[in-house]
Design a protein around this ligand. Structure first.
Ligand code: 5AD
Ligand code: SF4
Ligand code: FES
Length: 364
């Protein structure tokens, strides 16, 4: 009788696996799943490879074999916010702060263009460390270099977003980090989830390509909320989604917490590809920080973008969101060669264009 119950258990496991494979199959064809279905796939480990393969096929079908490279300029590590997970948080006194002068930022951008980048991402901590006028000047000068510009500088007013758009910015990255409001509140003192969503809507309304995304493995984050994050990306009709594991930083209140896993980050990313087939999805730096082949594995599980660091000198080490960040002692030229080699090694090519989203799928 006992042997029978093990067999029964095995039989149920096989049926469950079959059901999940059917769901993945459905998502590959119809690009739609419910929160409950997403959660079921996220919590079962037996279907991972099939999920990654399906996401890889959808990536190839909708965005092709070209990998978009965006050069990341980390132009200031000053921040007025206190996100619990982040090394740049205001209360971290163990970090040497820097703020590059506009002419240095423009110089880094020129160098990046000379290495072949057609898109630059200008990233910094949040706050008013540069005036709106200064920021607009930086954007319009870099725009003259004939590149697409992505900003990743946090929550701003509608007026500022508008001025930056007019100055030449094309895209904006602002991760929602989590759609679980209670968790959001615990992780972000004095910040409002509502305002973050409003910022994303404003950015969209102003005609930017919108990038958002989540951290995976925050303390007490649930599978249901991760499934909810994916549905949020779809509802927002985001153009780019960046997913990365949470990595505890010793200089933050979350120092003693467990890291998110590479596997769960990859699964959320792959499901995002199934549901939003034609968007741009980066293989994130945080993924590679947890797994030495992280970006290549991500590129084979739904991703089509990489954002190599083009920050020069000591600054990349000072832009310490989390420990173990890759490339901190490498130069922009080295990274460009390194990532190009990796991309070619999996029979993919590096795109030579600006990398705008090419919409070739609609919900309707
Ligand atoms: N681990 C992983 N990612 C982090 N970020 C900030 N701190 C960490 C951390 N400890 C991410 C956030 C932010 C992006 C710029 O960096 O998601 O949006
Ligand atoms: Fe500042 Fe962004 Fe870090 Fe939050 S995640 S502390 S806003 S740099
Ligand atoms: Fe920087 Fe490989 S991308 S060393």
């Amino acid at each position: 009788m006992h042997g029978g119950s093990t067999e029964e258990f095995q039989r149920i496991r096989i049926i469950m696996k079959k059901d999940l494979l059917n769901l993945i199959d459905k998502a590959e064809k119809e690009h739609s799943l419910t929160q409950d279905e997403l959660a079921k796939i996220l919590e079962n480990k037996e279907i991972n490879q099939e999920l990654f393969n399906a996401a890889d096929r959808v990536r190839e079908k909708y965005v092709g074999n070209e990998v978009q490279l965006r050069g990341l300029v980390e132009f200031s590590n000053m921040c007025s916010k206190n996100c619990f997970y982040c090394g740049l948080r205001k209360d971290n006194k163990n970090l040497k702060r820097y703020k590059l002068k506009p002419e240095i930022i423009i110089d880094f951008a020129e160098k990046a263009v000379s290495y072949g980048y057609k898109t630059l991402v200008l990233q910094s901590g949040e706050g008013d460390f540069y005036s709106t006028k200064e920021m607009s000047h930086i954007i319009s000068e870099i725009k003259k270099l004939d590149v697409a510009i992505t900003l990743s500088i946090g929550e701003k007013t509608e007026e500022e977003y508008k001025l930056f758009k007019e100055a030449g910015a094309d895209r904006f990255l602002l991760r929602i980090e989590t759609t679980d409001r209670e968790l959001y509140k615990r992780m972000h003192p004095e910040m409002s989830h509502e305002n973050r969503v409003n910022c994303l809507m404003t950015i969209k309304k102003l005609g930017y390509e919108v990038g958002t995304g989540s951290l995976i493995g925050l303390p007490n984050q649930t599978i249901e909320s991760l499934a909810g994050d994916i549905l949020f990306f779809k509802e927002l009709e985001a153009d780019m989604i960046g997913i990365g594991p949470f990595i505890p930083n010793e200089d933050t209140p979350l120092a003693a917490e467990k890291s998110g896993t590479f596997e769960m980050s990859l699964k959320v990313m792959a499901l995002t590809r199934l549901l939003l087939p034609d968007i741009n999805i980066p293989a994130t730096t945080a993924m590679e920080s947890l797994n030495p082949d992280g970006r290549i594995i991500a590129l084979q599980s739904g991703a089509n973008v990489v954002m190599p660091n083009v920050t020069e000198g000591e600054y990349r080490a000072l832009y310490k969101l989390y420990p173990g960040k890759i490339c901190i002692n490498d130069t922009p030229t080295h990274c460009r060669g390194c990532i190009t080699g990796k991309i070619h090694s999996i029979n993919r090519t590096v795109s030579k264009d600006y990398g705008f989203r090419k919409k070739n799928y609609t919900n309707q």
